[in-house]
Design a protein around this ligand. Structure first.
Ligand code: NAP
Ligand code: ZN
Ligand code: ZN
Length: 349
């Protein structure tokens, strides 16, 4: 049966209605009626081919929440009616060293992404994402969402949430550490919430002076407007850890200079152009410059359970699917508080 979606047909065309076919249920598949889908800046990067790997048509969307509508004959974890989520991955090789450690996002044979990725179950046809009525996903890559949580504001947890939770956990952010979060968008606002929840002293860096009050409300102990050179200078060589979520060109050396001896700056933002790093930004204080990609399935489930327990959700602005192109323009201007989420009922209308 045809499934309604919104797709980009080229790097320059706006997203528009497009019909696709989902695969027939395999024994371990669940079919999900999508209720909400978050709008990640990665959706925009890929719809517009910023990363040069886009294959059209693209149906973006990897912050999916919905209810199970049918299950394959061998499904054990889910039943019809369950509230579930699907993030950035829908499969991986499951046997390599990364997969067996629960790090499917670093699968040596490359995981299958939720969209714009060849699906080995359909002879390599590309996957289509969550700007859609429904999706079919293997149960091993389907996440459980508690009935206690607000579904719409939990949807972005499966990308914006896990992408900030995972590096903060990996680098053991906690009490006694001074932690910087760069950029207050979808990822950044969750980085602030998690760093605060883990007990660190949190400093938000933003280019938008108008986000100062929100930064504090979300949990930052200090907010620095990065265009203020004097305010930046005061933070020199004082951080244990900085998480950079910026989606566009910016001066990474300005943030490396804020790390103290042995401090680490982790990039999760994925701007289309390389960010030049000066040798002396690193070697002067034995600093580390690292990266991190989303999180594995087990850690994503751990993060969802942590959020349900602590009452952590995302700050969202609900939109209709026909507002998606306008939402992309606003993302480019940093004008989002702090994640757009599409009410998928609007796709049926
Ligand atoms: P977003 O909501 O658009 O937020 C990005 C924020 O970066 C903006 O709100 C703005 O914050 C700041 N910013 C934008 N342009 C800037 C510029 N030219 N200079 C300095 N700051 C700027 O985006 P997002 O969805 O959080 O995604 C952020 C990035 O992470 C994207 O590149 C996305 O593709 C990437 N990403 C990576 C992973 C991963 O696995 N590593 C996962 C998801 C997303 P202020 O107004 O506060 O300055
Ligand atoms: Zn994303
Ligand atoms: Zn693998």
């Amino acid at each position: 049966m045809a499934t309604k979606t919104f797709a980009a047909q080229t790097a320059t065309s706006p997203l528009a209605p497009f019909a696709i076919e989902r695969r027939e249920l395999l024994p371990t598949d669940v079919a999900i009626n999508i209720e909400f889908c978050g709008v990640c800046h990665s959706d925009l990067h890929q719809a517009r081919n910023d990363w040069k790997g886009s294959s059209y048509p693209i149906v973006p969307g990897h912050e999916i929440v919905g209810r199970v509508s049918a299950v394959g004959t061998g499904v054990k974890k889910f039943k019809t009616g369950d509230l579930v989520a699907v993030g950035c991955m829908v499969d991986s090789c499951r046997t390599c060293a990364s997969c067996t450690r629960g790090l499917e996002q670093y699968c040596e044979k490359s995981c299958t992404y939720t969209y714009n990725s060849p699906d080995k179950n359909t002879a390599g046809k590309m996957t289509y994402g969550g700007y859609s009525e429904n999706v079919v996903v293997d149960e091993a890559f389907t996440l459980k969402l508690s009935e206690k949580v607000d579904a719409a504001s939990s949807a972005p947890l499966v990308c914006a949430g896990i992408t900030t939770y995972s590096p903060l956990r990996h680098w053991k952010v906690g009490p006694g550490m001074k932690v910087g979060i760069v950029g207050l968008g979808g990822l950044g606002h969750m980085g602030v919430k998690f760093a605060k929840a883990f007990g660190a002293h949190v400093v938000l860096f933003t280019t938008s002076a108008s986000k100062t009050e929100d930064g504090k409300r979300l949990g930052a102990h200090e907010v620095v407007v990065s265009k203020d050179a004097a305010a930046m200078a005061k933070q020199t060589a004082s951080f244990d850890f900085i998480l950079d979520t910026v989606s566009a060109d910016h001066d990474i050396n300005a943030y490396l200079a804020l790390l103290k001896l042995d401090g680490t700056l982790v990039l999760v933002g994925a701007p289309e152009n390389p960010l030049p790093v000066a040798a002396f930004s690193l070697l002067a204080s034995r600093r580390s410059f690292a990266g991190s990609g989303i999180g594995g399935i087990a850690e994503t489930q751990e993060m969802l359970d942590f959020c349900a327990e602590k009452g952590i959700t995302c700050d969202v602005e609900m939109i209709r699917i026909d507002q998606i192109n306008e939402a992309y323009e606003r993302l480019l201007k940093g004008d989002v508080k702090y994640r757009f989420v599409i009410d998928m009922a609007s796709l049926k209308a």
